[in-house]
Write a protein that binds this ligand. Structure first.
Ligand code: TYD
Length: 218
């Protein structure tokens, strides 16, 4: 196991919170609000996202914008895993080692759900990712029906939904895989409610995890 996959949370001074959900579930807004509140309390916070803006992330965003253009699912999975490896090595693992709170908008649960929805085996995707990458302390899964997600994207984003990942049947399959996940670090939140109510639930989900200072855990 690489040092990046060191999952001994007791020895890890930082805290690792991940937001997950289908497109249009409101992850980015909630992640940003949590980062703002914690920052205002004087915590050292790293707000980050996947796909990243690195080279692999840029290839992935091309798929999102233009469609797959013949890229097969296994190759696409490799793009996400390569992007994540860079992200963990360069951003996530150093921040956790330094006692910071890492808030990540999407992580390997998205790979299980989205590349699983493409037809790859979700269990194999999980095994590969769990073997390589640190386990989050908390995964906040924002739940909305696919139609709600799509409506929000169409209302909010110039250019509407993207080609590669946001078709209705595809998002149904993604949502179904998210719905089956039963990891004990996942907290599900009904994200059809107004953003303020959802944020209350987010703070509640973080609860004790973020109460103790990172110093206490060193
Ligand atoms: P998204 O978070 O929607 O990016 P943006 O900031 O451009 O809105 O991510 C782009 C797409 O990538 C999204 O539809 C989900 C997909 N995705 C995967 O298919 N697998 C993954 O592992 C990740 C992280 C994202």
């Amino acid at each position: 196991m690489t040092p990046a996959a060191d999952n001994d949370i007791a020895k890890r001074p930082g805290r690792f919170v991940v937001f997950e959900g289908i497109d249009g579930s409101g992850k980015s807004t909630q992640a940003r609000r949590l980062a703002e509140v914690l920052g205002a309390e004087g915590r050292e916070v790293v707000l980050t996202r996947e796909p990243t803006d690195g080279l692999w992330g840029q290839k992935i965003r091309q798929i999102a914008a233009k469609g797959r253009q013949g890229i097969d699912p296994r190759t696409e999975l490799d793009y996400f895993v390569n992007d994540r490896q860079e992200h963990v090595d360069e951003v996530i693992a150093p921040a956790l080692a330094a006692g910071q709170v890492v808030i990540c908008d999407r992580y390997f649960y998205s790979t299980i759900a989205y590349q699983g929805a493409l037809g790859l085996d979700p269990d194999l995707i999980r095994q590969e990712n769990e073997g390589k990458f640190p386990r989050p302390d908390l995964v906040i899964l924002l739940e909305v029906p696919p139609n709600t997600g799509r409506r929000r994207i169409e209302a909010g984003r110039a250019g509407g939904t993207n080609q590669g990942y946001e078709g209705p049947e595809f998002l149904e399959r993604v949502g179904a895989i998210f719905a089956r996940m039963d990891d004990d670090n996942i907290r599900r939140i009904d994200a059809t409610r107004p953003a303020d109510e959802v944020f209350e639930a987010v703070l509640d989900a973080c609860g004790r995890l973020l109460e103790s200072t990172t110093k206490d855990n060193k």
